[in-house]
Write a protein that binds this ligand. Structure first.
Ligand code: IMP
Ligand code: MG
Length: 183
């Protein structure tokens, strides 16, 4: 096993290891540093899922930037989207006229992201791009453009590296497929 402990974790299958995530994050950060060179960049992380990804991504971006967080709830406590996005914490920085990069953990149906995109666009940033660690592209119900994507997966409910199931499992250093989440 490439990871220690975690014996207490229920049925799981390793999907992306810590090393795989780290090297892909570094590639994304290099691309972002090149694309935004000389520009004013604000990173907005979507809580709670993206908190670990944002922490690793920003430390690999080699340029000045500002960081803020926004919070929405879309899943309730289960693994099936409720379809309703509830907005629970807004950003605090002023982003008017600045270049915003919104950082998500997973884009699934696209409902959360389209809601967030509209909300952030209303604040009149100079530009708005999306970075997600994982893209479940084939499950999209609302079309939303993703500019930077770490990994694509077709199916399965993932946990670890910030991703939760009912607020559990976020602290694992790797990403696992949770084999039998309760619906
Ligand atoms: P969407 O609105 O259907 O695109 O859902 C996106 C949100 O659902 C993400 O920000 C995640 O918080 C959550 N989500 C979607 N798929 C997964 C998963 O496989 N594991 C954990 N959270 C997920
Ligand atoms: Mg979540």
């Amino acid at each position: 096993m490439p990871f220690a402990k975690l014996d207490y974790m229920p049925d799981k299958k390793l999907i992306f290891s810590k090393d795989q995530i780290q090297s892909r994050t570094k590639e994304l950060a290099e691309q972002i540093s090149r694309d935004y060179a000389g520009k004013e960049l604000v990173i907005i992380g979507v809580l709670s899922g993206a908190f670990i990804f944002v922490a690793d991504l920003v430390r690999a971006i080699d340029m000045p930037l500002e960081i803020d967080f926004i919070r929405v709830a879309s899943y309730g406590a289960g693994s099936v989207s409720s379809g309703t996005v509830t907005f629970t914490k807004d950003i605090e920085l002023s982003i008017k006229g600045k270049n915003v990069l919104l950082v998500e953990d997973i884009v699934d149906t696209g409902k959360t992201l389209s809601f967030l995109k509209q909300h952030i666009s209303d604040k009149k940033p100079a530009s708005l791009k999306i970075c997600t660690l994982i893209d479940k592209k084939e499950r999209r119900e609302i079309s939303v453009n993703v500019d930077y994507s770490g990994f694509e997966i077709k199916e399965g409910f993932l946990v670890g590296y910030g991703l939760d199931y009912a607020e559990q499992h976020r602290h694992y250093p790797h990403i696992f497929h949770l084999l039998s989440p309760k619906k």
